[in-house]
Design a protein around this ligand. Sequence first.
Ligand code: BGC
Length: 756
Amino acid sequence: MMKRNFLKCQSLLVFVVAQVMFCTAQKKTVDQKADSVLQLMTLDEKIGQMNQYNGDWAATGPITKDGDKQSQIRNGRVGSMLNVTGTAHTRTLQEIAMQSRMKIPLLFGQDIIHGYRTIFPLPLAEAASWDLPAIEKSARIAATEASAAGVHWTFAPMVDIARDPRWGRVMEGAGEDTYLGSLIAAARVKGFQGKGLGNTDAVMACAKHFAAYGAAVGGRDYNSVDMSLRQLYEVYLPPFKAAADAGAATFMNSFNDLNGIPATANKLLQRYILKGQWNFKGFVVSDWGSVGEMINHGYAKNNYEAAMLAANAGSDMDMESRSYIKNLATLVKEGKVKMAVIDEAVKRILKKKFEMGLFDDPYKFCNETREKQQWDNADNINFSREIAKKSIVLLKNDAFRSAPGGDSGVLLPLSKQTKNIALIGPLVKAVRDNLGFWSYSWPDDTARIVTLWNGVQNKLSNTATMLYAKGCNINDTSKNGFEEAIAVAKQSDVVILSVGEAPDMTGEAKSRSNLHLPGVQEDLIKAIMATGKPVVVLISAGRPLVFNWIADNVPAVVYTWWLGTQAGNAIADVLFGDYNPSGRLPISFPRAEGQIPIYYNHYNTGRPARNDSDVYYVSAYTDMVNSPKFSFGYGLSYTQFKYSPVTLNKTTLHAGDKLEASVTITNTGNFDGEEIVQLYVRDVVGSVVRPVKELKGFQKIMLKKGESREVKFMLSVNDVKFYNDALKYDWEPGEFRIMIGPNAGNVQAKPVQWNR
Ligand code: BGC
């Protein structure tokens, strides 16, 4: 009894001291504030801050799977929760945290990957817009909605470069290119963090997965990564650096091992590069269970060793593996993890909690009124349609002898006067599928999500007859529905065929070795094509698929990815010409899985093939051409753009000079439209070999029908730097090739000499 009273008095004293410190802390820097809290904490409380749990209970009471998490929060043993949303739920848990001795608020983290309530296109699809302000705005809206629902922290953006479409997580990033990927990484961080942490509509960003996860061997998820340091620095790290420079509050490490060392215990990545060279001030969270998974990697004997290796390597917070909470105290007592390591990690976490303003008001993000206002906000929904339109890529638009629309004889856009339109395919009336992987299910999804069917219906006057047949399932062997589909096609003036992957075929743990359209969908398309009707094929997927027959035989092909809440309206806008498609592929589309990895910025080799038919003792396949089916940067418009010859302000330059490359683009077609003018560079001879081309600039321009505009790019030696033999980032004088064109597979080149 005496002891209990003593303890009570002691905790009261600590509480009073803590409050005083918090109050005086108002005038202190965040650094000082974090220190003042840190010095009051016990070792167990510190370790608690480094522990993150998944929420597996209902707000009304505990449903514990592994001990009572609520009492662990009350005891200061939990620093953060993931997968807990809603103002009511987060408030309940925050109230429990406020019962802990130190009253340190919890951080609520969540995978807000491409929207919260309003879902936007998949990140890979958004990358196809090459529209940085739009991408930033999509993240901004996602943050506004999520923060209104109590979320403090998103586990996004994923900035992994992905050159392998077998890898299911290719959908989460910005594709294969380092330059485009870096710009998009920064845009997304800015979007999530808005005007800065501390604002109620800003969530902390988390650049993930650090690092090189996208290069998993064979495209198999969670697999090992083995790569040179040069490739790591040059191709895979820059988007992370861009995210850090844009102020990303946190980083997440990754499941893979990198050259034999799991990323979670990788000192080179976390201590040397991130916290050292880049001077990153935020904190690093592990990936889900990745600390414990080092046992399976064969890198740690048990969780005790795993905790030691991860903490010492700079992983500040353990997501769900429980290795820290169970072992760090012993490790500190045994001297295997220094107190300084714990203090550093905890301080990084506390600082973010201060910056978020949670010490001032732990319920800052629990405002029910704001939550209601952000629920089904009309502006957000409208923007979802905007960015969805921009993400669509027109891959083919050929003439069809009886095309009912298109004043240039090509099939698209369709005329709104078309009388009979057949919509055929397993995705025509699909609802939730439109959201794709990493999106939330809400009970009213069916009423909110605009299907393709609804989108087309919204577009047409009552005079059109819409016919429907499913034809087949996405991944099925049955052709029983073909007959009905053929009959429907025969009654129509034009057929819109909607096919693709199932939305859960891409995403985490969704690697595939076969990237062809699943099931009998291609057979369905062949059967419909045999009716002789004009056919438009829409392909929905989270990755590049292989669909050569379709690309070669169907007159119009549109890549529609997974476009989110407004998918159907956005597709109808494009199909019927209310929006002229402007998307360009952010990743190469292979002709066959055997070409993978396939990317435009490869080296030339000692025996480069001169063209696709050159196979005689050159670097080529004997049964398959080298080129992709669709190049990086490719995409069509309803109008045409003519490029003038490229002009350069100088052909011989010195180190301090600026190179100005110009080209005049003319809209020669019949529609106003947007073009993405792309600039690539090759360093012809280097002390290490250089890629055949690298994107170094692009401009998205809108040209009215008949309009011309000069587009100028400025380059300096900074744009041609690379990691040389000694891994020093520098440029080398010599010959360069400056290339401009509409995509990586179609450029005109001009040589320049750049001297010291
Ligand atoms: C994924 C992360 C994600 C985390 C939390 C992991 O499996 O790799 O990207 O943020 O789960 O959901």
